[in-house]
Design a protein. Structure first.
Length: 202
């Protein structure tokens, strides 16, 4: 994996007080570049980018309701001024496959002292804040929020293993099953949380 800067310890969403006691929720999002986001929706590229930007904004608004319960970080695939209206700590995702990027973010934040770290996708507008709470309440080493197309909208970890995403076929109907198989091989305990949906196809 390419060498990248260490993900910073997140700063509290509102009061600017540094904390490594709270769980950290890292919202993964692509920069809203036309032609590079929501391409499978089959709509005009600019419209698709606008939809993506709206989805991320809605997720950030939802996360605001968890202030004081979690710290939040927005992690994008490249630098962008999108969502500058939100006072949230930001980072750039590492290089590599999606599994490598998720693992890197989880491992770095746990190593920095976070008791629990969640990677949250940006394709689930309308996701209830209570779904986040339920996943973080799990005593399992890994808790996952499944979606109806075979993937998952979030993964929260208290412990990680380097091979926890080995052989996962991303963006397919087997993504969740592949992930559970990899977690089992790594000896990590896991639990499924409340289901939801994502929007990445017409």
């Amino acid at each position: 994996m390419s060498s990248v800067p260490t993900i910073p310890v997140a700063i509290s969403f509102y009061n600017g007080v540094k904390s490594s006691v709270l769980a950290l929720v890292v919202l993964f999002a692509k920069a809203p570049v036309p032609g590079r986001v929501k391409t499978r929706l089959g709509v005009d590229p600019r419209r698709a980018a606008d939809l993506h930007s709206s989805f991320v904004s809605r997720m950030l608004l939802m996360l605001q309701s968890l202030r004081g319960e979690v710290d939040v970080e927005l992690s994008t695939d490249e630098p962008t001024h999108a969502w500058d209206e939100f006072a949230v700590e930001r980072s750039i995702q590492s290089a590599g496959s999606l599994g490598e990027r998720i693992y890197f973010a989880l491992e770095c934040a746990l190593a920095a002292g976070r008791p629990q770290v969640m990677i949250l996708g940006s394709d689930s507008p309308g996701l209830p804040a209570n779904h986040i709470r339920e996943l973080l309440k799990s005593s399992a080493e890994v808790s996952i929020g499944p979606v109806d197309d075979g993937g998952f909208y979030a993964i929260a970890c208290r412990r990680v293993a380097p091979a926890m995403f080995d052989s996962v076929r991303w963006s397919t109907e087997t993504t969740l099953a592949d992930t559970l198989g990899a977690l089992t091989r790594c000896g990590l305990t896991f639990e499924l949380g409340p289901p939801w949906f994502d929007i990445d196809r017409p």
